[in-house]
Design a binder for this molecule. Structure first.
Ligand code: PLP
Length: 404
């Protein structure tokens, strides 16, 4: 069976993890700090905080910005539940909006009609690794009309004076938009390093601070190292220094720090990310698209545009004119031919919990149609050319068996 997305664990990763285990320091420490520095350099910004997951990172930001009951946060209907759950945790209301037809990302027009005086944050999601239209989103929140509408309640909200843009870039490390990398495209960006992501630390994430003046991103970074670790004014490593055992809790913080074991994996992966991992993923995308582009049943995904390049995270093809039942049958046929495939995502308004809150997928017809026609194909570093061809043949034959 060709797996969907196995992690790439080679001797380099194993050696670095073992070296960490033997170093006597396994939680947040020198490797985490180095990983943060390297992520900042890679993305072209100055401040990155490594955290335990993207979900933890997104929630820390919403809480820091004071998002609470009565507030609204705009997000695409087409995302993983993590993006919405953190809004619920804060007691606020997720305001789902529909996606574009050409790709799977949040529609700017739909954001415009969803903003109200209760909106505190917009969370665009770079689906499959393709950056959202950040110029348009940044311009929108900075427009006089929207700033006038913004109801600042907390100190942070007053300081920003407008809706915060919190990019859920769980998929898009290394993607570019107008020549800049994700992390450097809007106020705050959060990456995921979960096991199936392009760069994995087994579990993990990062928050990239890029807030405009008068915010001081370095001070914010320091503050987040505290609120991401119980509100403790010294981390565990600092406390081990001779005579430095005393500490204080200066706020009721959270627990979201990354371990040095995770960072060890991240450091190895980041070193080879651009030249090896992204290059390989791109070559697989290109091979698939070459094979499918003339097939009348297949709508190949968008991953390169004049001003955007994806991080090649998910190869999300869409079937033309197929029902959801036909899509499911095609997937079964592909599995039967020894190839694991997937669907990204079941839109959040289709989930039981969100349905129980009154959300209805029929209110997001493009997201619904994208979901019903989508199939994600295997893409990973060790996928051989021979197996890429097995995937292609399995997809084409299965589609022909069902759609003729
Ligand atoms: C779009 C999106 N956002 C957030 C997350 C959450 O990431 P993590 O598992 O690191 O918390 C995921 C994970 O799959 C995701 O796909």
């Amino acid at each position: 069976m060709i797996p969907f997305s196995p992690p790439h664990i080679d001797d380099k990763i194993i050696d670095e993890v073992v070296a960490t285990l033997k170093s006597g320091w396994i939680t947040t420490g020198p490797r985490t700090k180095l990983f943060e520095k390297k992520i900042s350099e890679f993305c072209g910004i100055s401040e990155t905080l490594a955290v335990s997951s993207a979900t933890a990172g997104l929630e820390l930001i919403l809480r820091w910005f004071g998002v609470k009951e009565g507030d609204e946060v705009i997000l695409p209907a087409y995302t993983y539940a993590a993006t919405a759950n953190v809004i619920i945790h804060c007691g606020a209301k997720p305001v789902f909006v529909d996606t574009n037809k050409s790709d799977f990302n949040i529609s700017i027009e739909k954001i415009k009609s969803a903003i109200t005086e209760h909106t505190k944050v917009i969370m665009p999601v770079d689906f499959a690794g393709l950056p959202c239209d950040y110029n348009e989103i940044n311009e929108l929140v900075n427009s006089t009309e929207q700033k006038d509408k913004f109801n600042a309640e907390t100190d942070e909200q007053k300081k920003l004076g407008r809706v915060l843009v919190l990019s859920d870039a769980a998929h898009s490390l290394g993607a570019t938009y107008n020549g800049k990398k994700t992390g450097n495209l809007t106020d705050i960006t959060v990456f995921s390093f979960h096991a199936v992501k392009n760069l994995t630390t087994s579990e993990g994430g990062a928050i990239l601070f890029n807030l405009p003046h008068p915010f001081n991103n370095n001070e914010l970074y320091k503050w987040f190292t505290i609120i991401g670790l119980h509100g403790q004014n010294k981390d565990a490593l600092a406390k081990t220094k001779i005579g430095n055992w005393k500490y204080d809790i200066i706020t009721a913080g959270y627990k979201a720090n990354m371990t040095d074991i995770a960072a060890a994996m991240g450091l190895v992966e980041l070193e080879r990310y651009e030249n090896e991992i992204l290059t390989k993923r791109k070559s697989i995308f290109t091979k698939y698209s070459e094979a499918f582009k003339l097939n009348k049943h297949i709508d190949i995904p968008l991953y390169e545009q004049e001003n955007k390049e994806s991080s090649y995270h998910v190869y999300a093809l869409r079937l033309n004119n197929a029902t959801v039942e036909q899509r499911d049958e095609i997937m079964q046929k592909i599995f039967a031919k020894g190839v694991s495939v997937n669907v990204h995502f079941i839109p959040v308004p289709m989930m039981s919990f969100y349905k129980s809150l009154g959300y209805n997928i029929d209110d997001y017809p493009i997201a619904k149609s994208n979901f019903e026609r989508e199939i994600s194909l295997p893409v990973y570093y060790t996928l051989s050319e021979e197996n890429q061809q097995v995937v292609i043949n399995a997809v084409i034959e299965s589609i022909n068996e069902i759609l003729g």
